[in-house]
Design a protein around this ligand. Structure first.
Ligand SMILES: [Ca+2]
Ligand SMILES: [Ca+2]
Ligand SMILES: [Ca+2]
Ligand SMILES: [Ca+2]
Length: 310
């Protein structure tokens, strides 16, 4: 579930693919650069659309839930006894989602909204409590299955949405959490009115060439996450008192590209946003009710915590 950060570390992963160049003495020549992200994007989209055309989900169970139904989304191939099922392609929505590394590159991000949820909607840098089922779509490696589950949890897990794959972050904000959290007599917890959905993400919003080393995910794999969204908490990743959603200064709903002091630490992860040596937490004011104000001592329109000369 670690967010893809860099594609420079792929040398290790690709070493198995490059050993056939054994007559090459210079090991640096064995490095295969990552494919161009803009060229990969339409290929990813075609693979996802093929999957959506040829697969369905258990929508009939959701329409008429069996007594013991667990409300988990399950996918299957449209064939044989299931030849007449409605394909996912007729049931998904999509949004445009930005590539985090290549300016101007956007993806069509498909998601399935089985139930939006009736509680609060998370902001993109919040902490979300979810259960999930992660599946990859493989069209790269002939020795690996077409689809396979690579990770799942039926127990609710808290995730920092800035630290999960981008496609899942972008999908969760389209859903809402539960309205009620009920502690049962046996101590277990159940949720009501939570969001139920799935996202079908291109490799560029997944792991691209850098899947977790311990996972079975091939490079350039498209990913599917089915999930329940239960709870959200406000994210303040750097603990400076400024909610991370407020640290998105350019308002583009990406946390990675706002860096007031240019020190390569984005504001959401920078506890001294203007690099003046005073922690941001000392340059803002929070009253007893948790209301935050942002003083501007020199009146130049820039709040102190973003103003290196005040
Ligand atoms: Ca931003
Ligand atoms: Ca910074
Ligand atoms: Ca900050
Ligand atoms: Ca400061």
């Amino acid at each position: 579930m670690k967010k893809y950060l860099t594609f420079l570390s792929l040398a290790l992963l690709l070493s198995a693919l490059t050993t056939s160049c054994g007559n090459d003495d210079n090991p640096e020549d064995n490095f295969i650069p990552a494919r161009d992200r803009a060229e990969e994007a339409p290929l990813s989209q075609a693979i996802i659309e093929e999957y959506l055309d040829t697969h369905f989900y258990n929508y009939e169970e959701f329409a008429n839930p069996p007594a013991d139904f667990d409300y988990q989304i399950k996918f299957d191939t449209i064939e044989g006894a299931n030849a007449n099922k409605i394909p996912l392609s007729q049931q998904v929505s999509f949004k445009m989602a930005k590539d985090r590394l290549k300016d101007g590159l956007e993806y069509k991000l498909y998601y399935l909204k089985v139930r939006e949820g009736d509680g609060d909607r998370p902001e993109f840098p919040d902490i979300a409590t979810i259960t999930y089922d992660g599946i990859f779509i493989n069209k790269e490696e002939t020795t690996i299955d077409y689809t396979r589950r690579f990770d799942a949890s039926t127990i609710p897990v808290r995730f920092d949405m800035t630290a999960i794959v981008n496609g899942l972050q972008d999908a969760l904000v389209e859903f809402k959490g539960a309205t009620e959290i009920i502690t049962n007599p046996d101590g277990s917890v159940s949720f009501e009115g939570y969001g139920i959905g799935a996202v079908f993400m291109p490799a560029g919003l997944g792991y691209y060439v850098d899947p977790p080393v311990t996972s079975s995910i091939p490079t350039y794999a498209q990913l599917i996450f089915a999930f329940h969204l239960y709870e959200n908490e406000m994210g303040d990743q750097d603990g400076d008192g400024v909610p991370s959603v407020v640290e998105d200064l350019n308002g583009n709903k990406l946390e990675e590209d706002d860096d007031t002091d240019g020190d390569s630490l984005p504001n959401y992860a920078d506890a001294d946003d203007d690099n003046d040596g005073r922690p941001t937490s000392d340059e803002i004011e929070i009253d007893g009710n948790g209301n935050i104000t942002y003083p501007d001592e020199d009146g130049d329109g820039i709040p102190d915590y973003l103003d290196a000369d005040s």
